[in-house]
Design a protein around this ligand. Sequence first.
Ligand code: NAD
Length: 505
Amino acid sequence: MTATLEPTAATDAPVETFDSFNPANGDLVGTHAVRSKAEVDAAVARAREAAAWWGSLSFDERAEHLLTWRSVITRRIAQLADLSHRENGKPHGDAQLEIILAIDHVAWAAKNAKKVLGPSKVKSGLLMANQASTVEYKPLGVVGVIGPWNYPVFTPMGSIAYALAAGNTVVFKPSEYTPGVGQWLADTFTEVVHGRPVLQVVTGLGETGNALCTAAVDKLAFTGSGATGKKVMAACAENLTPVIIEAGGKDSLIVDEDADIAKAAEAALWGGMSNAGQTCIGTERVYVHEKVFDSFMIEILDQAKGLRAGADEGAKIGPITMPSQLKIIQSHIDDAIEKGAHVALGGSDAVGERFVQPTILTHVPETSTEITEETFGPTLAINPVSSMDEAVELTNATSYGLAGAVFSKKQGMQIARRIRSGMTSVNSVIAFAGVPTLPFGGVGQSGFGRIHGPDGLKEFTYAKAITRQKFKPVMMLTSFERTAKEDGRVAQLMTLLHGGKQTLK
Ligand code: NAD
């Protein structure tokens, strides 16, 4: 990815552009404009106008457009998967799987926005029994979305589809590593909703993202690294623009002594190595009960036979998308080995110029960066623990809190509840991401706010409360005509209602 100056054919005026490259071989994939602050502001202004129209449609009308878009994406899934494969490097099948999940979310958001966000009656309580109360959720207006490259369809779609279904228009800044995928999404949406800039893309680098943060957007949904998330928050603070931060993680997979070892090993291997380990909710640490540690290691190493990174058909692991990440992966592996970790597979030599071969380390000191920082490569740190208490304690001994998994026949749910993270899968890995009704997001350094599900729809709205007086109140409390006698009566009523011993009945 480089930035250059090129004249445009139409005006000969220099327009800054950047290129995206295939990380597997360095081939040029596409050239895109670096959108300036003025261009971003103009896109947001167009989105504001379009929001007046899009927001005025009924939930059903918006759902119809979104479901048509869903069908277009589904019919052209091979085309989008190919583009994602070329820009991100992930194998075609993995690219398709990611798109399938995103399609399901578009459909869910479209079909459920009315039920979740439409007006609903709520109880008014005894004091206000003369009022009819309703709550409904209104669109904010224009939502800015900034996305990463690791899941260039699924990740931003968690914000885009839910924001659109809630009645907002969207200006999307895709990662500079996957701009073509972002443009593809906006182009296909435009085919469905002609002539209305309901979903626009502004391509560019970090500065374009910063311009979106300081533009007149009503909310900014950011997915990316925590370091950039802090800059995004600071920039958004200028206009008191609310933000959602979906940042990184250091998820663990816990294996109890009664777990199905083969299934747990399969999940750890896939959770750690798929997408070349470049998954925010990927497995980076594994804590295995010491009673089954040896059998778990035999199983996972057996399953890892033949698993390799490469660009050919047989390789199930693609390249490292962002070249600068190679150094970080190398440093985590080296730091762990230096501090005493055992190499079970791969190791320091696993890091090549574009690809990293699967690496499994055991007995990794808890102080090493392989345990404390997001590695974002196909590596697993597998450590034995003496109890599930220890597994939970070590899992929670991180500033991150995104997701995780537990393998246990008897105690899966109890262990899951004790993990300080936004999402946990019991006896599977990453399953929650494919359940559209579940909220997605983290705590601590993994960020805040939720996409997906009813919470994800509400995230892009504001709550509107309305009371309608049905009849004259017995005591008119909100009036200067209120008498001392009425004050006494209301005090008596409160004593009756709330002065006694608390009971939940
Ligand atoms: P990144 O932070 O480098 O970039 C993310 C986006 O922010 C890109 O579009 C980039 O252009 C933009 N950006 C850069 N500087 C900016 C600035 N100053 N202001 C505004 N925008 C700016 O992250 P990345 O490398 O693209 O993505 C990988 C990270 O994303 C990992 O940490 C991963 O865990 C995280 N991630 C989190 C989730 C989640 O849902 N929690 C999902 C996917 C990825």
